[in-house]
Design a protein around this ligand. Structure first.
Ligand SMILES: C[S@@+](CC[C@H](N)C(=O)[O-])C[C@H]1O[C@@H](n2cnc3c(N)ncnc32)[C@H](O)[C@@H]1O
Length: 440
């Protein structure tokens, strides 16, 4: 039994009384009792307002016998035991319930209440409709995010689509429990022919699932996709789901300013920004990354798009080393893109990560011609939500002696592409910051 004794006081469900709501009525009509997670006094409003994850500190007690197990449906109730929502329980995670539907939604949509299969079908269909309304897929782009976790009200589930293949990334125990049904729903979509399951093993450990529990592993398959009219080979055992679909709109922007420019794409992965620049007549383009498999694909992508290999090159090197070396030779570029990996995976390490962002950006500014552009990114949720990235950029300029007398202005502020919706009740979903600076 996995139930945390700290939270659980397992009592029999009380008879229906003033606690009756649409949700309670549906729960009472089910043959098996559904446990109730009772919130502490003063902790209800946040979840009524839509915050999708109930943290264990907000829970007063759990009632119902047998006690809930990880992945079970539970009611979440206020201090008077009146249900305010239902969700999926986790006995190991600090997020003990991921909310699926509020009580007030149940009257409008009763068939999804406490019915995870139906809810999944409904939410995945709605996610597909949203992407269709956003013009995805299109003749120019068939790589996009279909389900963005909390942003599509399926906390812990990410689905990226590459042509007719869907890569499903699971980072919550409930997602693993409903694996077969999720696959079935996704396969049922008109545009999808096959699915690949990619468990986020480290995050799943925090959810109480061992790697060994996860089963099916990654695929080494490669698929060809198109984004903004540019072709890419994607390796399904590459980083994340295989492709960073979140930068699509920012890459497209780079294509609009690259004509005749020297472009440096730092931390280029499979060449996303570099290829956009090269396809739009950049004078010469250099991509730098430490990942050999990513660079091998980047080179294949040059050929795939019939680009002149003399004008676009990829170098395997550490970003700091490359930039220091280039600075020592007084090399300059018209456009520099700096898209490092997540340097602040947790809020706790924000300060040390700020130092790393500062150093990288200082060097990147130094390599940008006066009057040129630096597109700089942070995919650390902790940094984006702290609102400190601009201050870090300013510090990158002011702290570097080599930048004395120079200035930056903010020309454009972007984030993840529109197929990465964010639930305003869960601002933690906003992880990507993309800033375009003019370096003067
Ligand atoms: C967020 S991804 C970049 C995505 C890319 N810009 C795109 O559009 O697809 C971060 C990249 O940084 C690379 N990386 C990690 N550490 C690095 C380092 N020390 N120097 C250079 N690249 C690094 C990773 O291999 C990864 O490809």
């Amino acid at each position: 039994m996995l139930v945390s004794s700290r939270l659980t006081r397992c009592l029999a469900l009380p008879p229906l009384s003033t606690t009756s709501t649409a949700l309670q009525d549906i729960a009472s009509n089910q043959a098996k009792g559904v446990a109730k997670v009772i919130l502490k006094k003063g902790k209800t409003q946040l979840f009524r307002d839509g915050s999708p994850m109930v943290y264990s500190g907000a829970v007063d007690r759990i009632i119902g016998r047998p006690p809930p197990k990880t992945g079970d449906m539970v009611l979440v109730a206020d201090g008077t035991e009146k249900p305010i929502a239902w969700g999926l329980y986790n006995s190991s995670s600090m997020f003990c319930v991921r909310l699926m539907q509020l009580d007030e939604e149940v009257s409008g949509d009763p068939c999804c209440a406490l019915n995870m299969e139906k809810l999944l079908e409904t939410r995945i269909d709605a996610a597909m409709r949203l992407r269709n309304n956003l013009g995805l897929p299109s003749a120019n782009t068939n790589a996009y995010r279909l389900v963005n976790s909390e942003g599509d009200r399926l906390s812990g589930l990410i689905i990226d689509v590459f042509g007719d293949l869907a890569v499903i990334a699971s980072s919550a125990a409930w997602v693993e429990r409903y694996k077969e049904h999720i696959k079935k729903c996704v396969r049922g979509l008109e545009v999808i022919k096959s699915v690949v399951w990619r468990p986020s093993t480290e995050i799943l450990k925090e959810e109480g699932l061992d790697v060994g529990d996860v089963g099916e592993q990654e695929s080494s398959e490669r698929v060809k996709v198109v984004e903004n009219g540019i072709s890419y080979m994607i390796s399904l055992d590459g980083q994340k789901t295989g492709f960073y679909a979140d930068q699509r709109e920012n890459r497209e922007f780079i294509s609009t300013i690259s004509d005749g420019q020297r472009v440096l794409d730092m931390c280029c992965y499979t060449g996303g920004f570099a290829l956009n620049a090269a396809c739009c007549h950049a004078l010469d383009v250099t991509g730098v990354d430490t990942s050999s498999p990513a660079l091998e694909l980047a080179k294949q992508n040059v050929l795939l798009n019939n680009l002149d290999p003399g004008k676009i090159s990829f170098i395997k090197q550490d970003a700091t080393l490359f930039m220091k070396n280039a600075a020592s030779k007084n090399e300059l570029w018209d456009i520099v893109i700096m898209d490092p990996p997540k340097l602040a995976p947790r809020r706790k390490v924000l300060q040390s990560a700020s130092g790393m962002y500062r150093n990288l950006n200082s060097l990147a500014m130094r390599l940008t011609k006066r009057g040129g552009f630096l597109m700089t990114c942070s995919c650390s949720g902790a940094m984006t939500q702290s609102g400190q990235f601009l201050a870090v950029l300013q510090a990158s300029l002011l702290g570097a002696a080599s930048m004395a007398g120079r200035k930056i202005t903010i020309v454009r502020q972007g984030g993840a592409a529109c197929d990465h919706p964010i639930d305003p009740s869960y601002p933690e979903g906003a992880y990507l910051t993309n800033i375009l600076l003019r370096v003067i």
